[in-house]
Design a protein around this ligand. Structure first.
Ligand code: ASP
Length: 832
């Protein structure tokens, strides 16, 4: 029987009891951390937010309470009334160790299931289990401490900013795309069919508008949402301390942040004192090979290319050679040096060279190439002393206008600093990095993109180069760095509309698309915009460092995994089948009718089936047939998922384009099935060989001749493999009534490659005249195409089941359902 809380009032936190509380009557509440039953006496450790107190139940003195305490188990929730007494023997391990509470009454407020792991600081459970049971994980002292610390840090920041005249102002969460350049999270609007809100990647535009509104000083502790590629230290939603001020000099913004960081650091007793050091971006790269250098140790980089120049041909290196002097590294063993070389290569070094400096001279494999004299000269110039190891790395330029050898040597510097224990872990080396380039070249987009975001100010003297030499423009941006970690970045902004328009142009953004994306902001800029600037700090990172944690997940109450999954809430998740009144929401997905939604549902389940039955199995890969089928299934699975996502998001056309590859997979699998051994071998050969050849020939900056040659070689490899190059050939060989595949393939090709289909209203296949497709300005083709894909998918699944001996009946019911559905489609739109 459980007791009620009734009118019982807690007097103390368990963890707060001290010797000075002796003889006080107290009421404590919390969780049973541990229970020891000695017969006459039962001890429990009672735990709450503040810590642990020992409670004693004495059978003789308080038989009733003692009897009740016999039922207690870990994590039961109780209230205890009793008197504080000094312990005969204090326990120095815990803060309350000098006292214990002699219980007079026990109230059992709730029971608990046995937790999947002990609520202790040291926990053996995996991070996955911890996150799944985050409510239990958060009961542990360390996460508790981290969350409390986070609160204190934020509170200090708020106080500091308030004192400096900043207003905390909220900005919308349902808004439109902001300029940070990651992918947006979108939210469909129910009221405005086919339209979406975007979750903000940052409040950037709004905070600038607040300056236009005369708010003068704004800040916000704010969630930002970026759908980026996942990395260990990233969360899809994260928190920033975001601020902006009007009429600032760069200096003023730095001072504000220095004050804020001083106060935040003081929370953990770290004395951070402004003004922080300044370092020019180029200088940081030159000296430390990083734009976020760790200054807790020296070991600056030296360009030693001149010493290596005579042996360039013999040593086969390209680009520059950068060296660092590693104190104490001369004693490193062969094995350690090999590991170092491996590390360097994985960081992008063409080669890693080492020179040991000993009292007798220099020892190095380079001696035969460069000569002992040169090495000695180099050692002298670098100031290397006996016991030191000179480590040099060469790397060829990978990104235009940047010296890769610097980055590589920067990595080696960090690695050596760590391995040789040269980093003073008690130091907090804050610094400001300035002098960034305004643009960086994007290899993927083949154009200049904003190094930060497109509202970053431009150094006045460089304005003229905006159109002529964009790569030389310096920005008014800055980064705050501590101990090798970038804490945040900001800038003095562009506040003139004409400059902003020129910048958009330099970025290749047409007037129209600039208007479309940022029109309201460009407009606002014309109504008297004051000079302004600001910064945003990554709050999760700040707290992680202050807490001495490695991962930001440790300082976020409910973090997502590196795969962007909330294991506790189990999100993201599929939504329930749409109800009648929800259909309105679905209508927001442009071009998808309720029927299409059903189709996406089918596809969902098929993918789930592939997941469950095939992809999660350890597939035998003994024969070519199995290998080929495995590849096809895995690829189809990926494609099908993308099709679902695209079609649900209203990108019907793109989804259809992608469906082509599903159709192709279906045909391929059927074709392979005709002669499993031979065709599978041809298939594998065709993909492997041509990939290999392409890979070998395609240099990073291949000329068009080289490209042609590579493509030719790969085509040749294709031919040699015996795999029919045309899909049509394979489909025909299958011989079954594959017309639907063919039709869909043709149709989707047309749709993908041109807009003719939708414009013309009908389409015929000119060469053979076999097909007459009625495709108007309608979406019916989506249904047909998707239906085809399911057919294709079904084929893939069926064949894989056969190939891997899985029971067929598992998918039979699914297929029956599908057949019923596809019969309901109107076939008159697609005729042969
Ligand atoms: N909004 C920028 C960011 O999140 C920071 C800033 O420029 O203030 O990176």
């Amino acid at each position: 029987m459980l007791d009620t809380l009734g009118n019982l009032k807690r007097t103390h936190y368990c963890g707060d009891l001290r010797a000075s509380d002796a003889e006080k009557d107290v009421v404590l509440m919390g969780w049973v951390h541990r229970r020891r039953d000695l017969g006459q006496l039962i001890f429990i450790d009672l735990r709450d937010r503040a810590g642990i107190a020992q409670i004693v139940f004495n059978k003789e003195r308080q038989p009733e309470a003692h009897a009740k305490a016999e039922q207690l188990r870990s994590e039961f929730v109780v209230a205890v009334e009793g008197r504080v007494a000094r312990r005969e023997k204090a326990n120095p391990e815990i803060a309350t160790g000098e006292v214990e509470v002699m219980a007079s009454r026990l109230h059992l407020l709730n029971t608990a299931k046995a937790p999947p792991f002990q609520i202790e600081d040291e926990v053996a459970a995996t991070e996955e289990t911890r996150l799944r049971y985050r409510f239990l994980d958060l009961r542990r002292p360390r996460p508790h401490h981290n969350i409390e610390l986070r609160h204190r840090v934020i509170f200090e920041m708020r106080k500091a900013l308030d004192q400096m005249g900043f207003f905390e102002i909220e900005t919308p969460m349902l808004t439109r795309s902001t300029p940070e350049g990651a992918r947006d999270y979108l939210v469909p609007s129910r009221v405005h069919h086919g339209q979406f809100y975007a979750l903000p990647q940052s409040p950037q535009i709004f905070k600038q508008i607040l300056m236009i509104s005369g708010m003068d000083r704004y800040f916000q502790i704010v969630k930002c949402f970026r759908d980026e590629d996942l990395r260990a230290d990233r969360q899809p939603e994260f928190t920033q301390l975001d601020l902006e001020m009007s009429f600032p000099r760069q200096q003023d913004i730095f001072e504000v942040i220095e004050r804020v960081m001083e106060r935040a650091c003081a929370v953990v007793g770290v004395a951070a004192k402004g003004p922080f050091r300044h370092l020019d971006y180029k200088e940081a790269l030159r000296c430390y090979g990083s734009d976020k250098p760790d200054l807790r140790f020296g070991m600056e980089l030296h360009n030693v290319t001149q010493f290596f120049e005579p042996a360039r041909a013999v040593l086969h290196f390209e680009g520059n050679v950068q060296a660092v002097v590693a104190t104490g590294g001369a004693s490193w063993s062969r094995k350690q040096l090999d590991e170092l070389a491996e590390f360097g290569k994985s960081a992008g070094a063409r080669a890693v060279y080492t020179v040991k400096v000993t009292p007798e001279g220099v020892v190095s494999p380079l001696e035969k190439n460069l000569g002992a004299e040169t090495l000695k000269k180099m050692a002298a110039e670098l100031g290397a002393r006996p016991g030191d190891l000179i480590v040099a790395a060469a790397a060829k330029e990978q990104i235009p206008h940047s010296d890769t050898s610097l980055y590589v040597a920067g990595q080696l510097r960090l690695h050596l600093g760590d391995k040789l224990n040269l980093i003073d872990r008690s130091k907090w080396e804050f610094l400001w990095i300035t002098g960034f380039a305004l643009f960086e070249w994007s290899e993927t987009e083949k154009r200049w993109v904003s190094a930060q975001h497109p509202f970053t100010g431009i150094v006045e003297e460089d304005l003229d180069k905006l159109e002529t030499a964009p790569w030389e423009c310096r920005s008014k941006g800055y980064d705050l760095v501590v101990n090798g970690v970038e804490l945040g970045s900001g800038s003095i902004r562009i506040h003139r509309q004409d400059v902003q328009a020129r910048l958009f142009k330099a970025l290749g953004l047409s007037d129209e698309s600039a208007r479309q994306r940022f029109g309201f902001f460009l407009d606002a800029l014309t109504y008297g915009t004051p000079p302004h600037g600001g910064i945003a700090l990554g709050l999760d990172r700040v707290v992680t460092l202050l807490a001495g944690e490695k991962s930001i997940r440790e300082v976020i109450a409910f973090p997502k995994t590196t795969a962007a999954v909330d294991l506790m809430a189990d999100s993201p998740s599929a939504v329930d089948a749409p109800q009648e009144d929800e259909l309105e929401i679905l209508a927001a997905f442009a071009g998808l009718s309720a029927k299409n939604w059903t189709l996406a549902g089918y596809c969902d389940r098929l993918v789930a089936d592939l997941d469950q039955r095939i992809l999660s199995q350890k597939l035998p890969a003994g024969s070519d047939f199995q290998m080929a089928m495995t590849l096809i299934v895995a690829k189809s699975h990926d494609d099908a998922r993308s099709v679902i996502r695209l079609s649900k998001a209203g990108y019907g056309r793109q989804a259809a384009g992608l469906s082509r590859s599903l159709v192709e997979s279906a045909i391929n699998s059927a074709y392979i099935e005709l002669d499993p051994a031979k065709h599978a071998e041809a298939f594998l050969k065709s993909i492997n060989e041509s990939k290999r050849r392409l890979g070998r020939r395609l240099k990073p900056h291949a000329s068009s001749e080289e490209m042609k040659e590579a493509v030719r070689a790969s085509e040749e490899a294709q031919k040699e493999s015996g795999w029919p190059p045309m899909l049509r050939e394979r489909a025909e060989a299958v011989g079954r009534p594959m017309y639907l595949y063919d039709v869909a393939y043709l149709m989707l090709s047309q749709i993908l490659h041109s807009d003719i289909a939708s414009a013309a209203g009908s389409l015929s296949e000119p060469e053979t005249g076999q097909y007459r497709l009625q495709i108007g300005r309608r979406n019916d083709w989506v249904i047909q195409a998707l239906a085809t894909c399911f057919m294709g998918l079904y084929e893939i699944v069926r064949i894989s089941y056969e190939a891997f001996d899985f029971p067929q009946e598992r998918i039979a019911s699914l297929f029956a359902e599908f057949e019923r559905f596809s019969k309901a489609l109107d076939p008159s739109e697609v005729t042969q």
